[in-house]
Design a protein around this ligand. Sequence first.
Ligand SMILES: C[S@@+](CC[C@H](N)C(=O)[O-])C[C@H]1O[C@@H](n2cnc3c(N)ncnc32)[C@H](O)[C@@H]1O
Length: 367
Amino acid sequence: MESAGPSTHHIASDVTSTHHIAPDVTSDSMTSRDYYADSYAHFGIHEEMLKDTVRTGSYRSAIMNNGHLFKGKTVLDVGCGTGILSMFAAKAGASHVVGIDMSNIIDQAQKIIEANGFKDTITLVKGKLEEAELPIDKFDIIISEWMGYFLLYESMLDTVLLARDKYLKPEGLIFPDTAKLLFAAIEDQDYKEEKINFWDNVYGFDYSCIKDIALREPLVDTVELKAVVTDPYVIKEINLLTATKEDLTFTAPFNLVATRDDYIHAFLAWFDIVFDCTHKKVKFSTGPHAQYTHWKQTVFYTPETITIKRGQEITGSLACAPNARNNRDLDISITYAVGDEEEETIVDYKMCVILYSCRIPFLLQSD
Ligand SMILES: C[S@@+](CC[C@H](N)C(=O)[O-])C[C@H]1O[C@@H](n2cnc3c(N)ncnc32)[C@H](O)[C@@H]1O
């Protein structure tokens, strides 16, 4: 039989020099139903995260520019995904890295660490951190990329705090160790018209029952800096070395001061991350003033348009709690009053239905 030369795509089974690329068992056997249950198994979600250079580049700088913190240290990578942070830690001089992930993506991570020569330095464990047995009892450093939309969506921070309490040495470090949630108000007439008021009249029909549902669902999207009408306000600061799971259910006051006369159609939230334990503090922001990240910002439309004058204040509070039926969802309630008005408005939002626009389309089922 004639050998298949390099120019042909015909792959004959009896030609030993041909590389027949058969899909491996995991990716071959996974269907969309499996991806529904294991949303992190598909490479696409990891592609988006890896290509977010603000995110991945910040972790790389924080870890690899701080070899003095990693040299000879044991490191736990909580939710290692494709193993990128584990490999940064190994390159930074860690004596041993354990990466854990409950998703099938870890099968690819195993191949990746072997392909890059880290088989002896990195050990991967497949499973849920809460249930797994790790090969090392106590670690010097925990690294994790746990942040969700609005910082807390996905509730993965619970897992990192549990890892800290169970596996981190008393003087151990966490990368990153500080997260801040920020809040402001925006002028957003055009987009509110398109997303919310659209339901008032759909081809001449009254669809306004959906308007209320749409309004209560925070929208993950990018917002231009020029839309921001108030100073930002730090609504919550989380120190990962000391925070408890209970701290993630909170009510925090805010006080937004208008920077110009304008109309307000929504509140806006974003988060900042700091690797405080690094020598030259590595930090990044997901705010409207900063470079794009896949977290974008989170918009909370108000039922009525607010008219504001420069220097006037919007005071109120934001309450956030995991949803009782699905702890990955968030119940967020915003209470506010404008200027000297006594009347308060309270709006209850539910962060869950980001099915069509998000990197995590399937995280809707409870654990
Ligand atoms: C945001 S991704 C980060 C992946 C990787 N560290 C990176 O930076 O590219 C979070 C990962 O954590 C994993 N994960 C979430 N909760 C987990 C848990 N309780 N136990 C183990 N892995 C978990 C997910 O499967 C996912 O792969």
